[in-house]
Design a protein around this ligand. Structure first.
Ligand SMILES: Nc1ncnc2c1ncn2[C@@H]1O[C@H](COP(=O)(O)OP(=O)(O)O)[C@@H](O)[C@H]1O
Ligand SMILES: [Mg+2]
Length: 321
């Protein structure tokens, strides 16, 4: 049976007259890995911080296992593990001491606390550096210890903000494996990322956020299946081919056209695309075509299709106001 563990409605964050998160709503089901995906500045950190009580909610509500995250933040926090993008651990303490200290904060005592700290050091592969100061750890090691600290109290749901951003490949791989293991053990996982490949590998369901708004939510499988129906072709043109999009859109309105930039044009269709008539239109309009390439649909492709326009707006310096 599907049970919603987290229910978010109309969640909004304003900084002055700038709206960072614009009335978003979604639910997370117990036991799933839910991905919150979007480009830099989209509002991922702001959202996760509101859900976990690290940032004040301007408007809207969030309920975790029926507990009001806004009004009963402390109670809700008992059910959550939080792994912020910047570590919140003590640099001068060793790895072991940090975990021991976190255990104490959650009321663990004596042998139970020591055992839990050692167990977690093993889970995150840091036994060998357990007695080195946190400050001496690499970024990847720091992130792993921060995750260990986040799960010391065996939370129902673990929130992670970009857990593999800015760390070495091996640590990232270990973290992904750890998260999948945790999830197998029953922990619900909510993570933000701007790596589409990571989301594809880890997440059962994905919400895309752009400029403070959720533009799409679906299962990862559903997203990929929909994209795999039909075909996408990318055309590389000579510089200054901005008008190509309009010309092709007018000539073939039955296809979806996307202007990626002044030299790149994409076409998507639910059915196979007949390239010959398209080539003729390029030629008749003196548009120099260098390459036509069939694109294997990935989450990245879907992301561009969903957010293409919004991303261009954002690059132009807009954003949600
Ligand atoms: N304290 C703040 N004051 C004003 N604007 C902020 C503040 N924190 C974040 N923002 C803005 O809110 C938007 C969303 O930021 P953030 O949630 O950090 O995005 P993401 O985590 O998706 O990269 C950005 O435009 C950012 O500049
Ligand atoms: Mg962020």
């Amino acid at each position: 049976m599907r049970v919603d563990i987290l229910r978010v409605e109309n969640l909004t964050k304003r900084y002055g007259d700038f709206t960072a998160v614009a009335g978003i709503g979604f639910t997370v089901q117990k036991g799933e890995v839910f991905g919150f995906l979007g480009p830099n500045g989209a509002g991922k950190t702001t959202t996760i911080n509101m859900l976990t009580g690290l940032a004040r909610v301007t408007e809207g509500s969030a309920y975790l296992a029926g507990i009001d995250c806004v009004k009963e933040t402390k109670r809700a926090q008992k059910l959550m593990g939080i792994v912020p993008d910047e570590s919140n651990l003590y640099p001068e303490m060793t790895g072991y001491e940090n975990l021991d200290f976190c255990g104490a904060l959650y009321g663990l005592e004596g042998k139970e606390r020591r055992d839990r700290a050692h167990e977690l050091l093993q889970v995150v592969g840091l036994q060998e550096v357990a007695h080195k100061p946190f400050a001496a750890y690499s970024r990847g090691m720091k992130r792993r210890l921060t995750i260990a600290a986040g799960i010391i109290h065996k939370p129902e749901i673990l929130f992670l903000d970009e857990p593999t951003t800015g760390i070495d490949v091996e640590s990232a791989r270990q973290i992904r494996k750890m998260l999948l293991n945790l999830n197998k053990g029953g922990t619900t996982i909510f993570l933000t990322t701007h790596y589409l490949e990571e989301a594809e590998r880890l997440c059962g369901r994905i919400a895309f956020i752009v400029a403070g708004k959720i533009v799409k939510i679906d299962t990862t499988r559903g997203l990929l299946e929909k994209a795999q129906r039909g075909q996408t072709v990318q055309f590389s043109l000579s510089k200054g081919s901005e008008r190509a999009g309009e010309v092709l859109q007018a000539a073939f309105p039955e296809y979806d056209w996307l202007v990626v930039d002044g030299q790149t044009l994409r076409v998507h269709s639910g059915k196979a695309i007949d390239l010959l008539p398209i080539m003729e239109v390029f030629r008749d309009n003196s548009l120099a075509l260098y390459e036509a390439r069939v694109i294997r649909p990935t989450l990245e492709e879907i992301f561009v299709q969903i957010t293409g326009g919004e991303q261009r707006k954002m690059r132009a310096g807009g954003g949600a106001k």
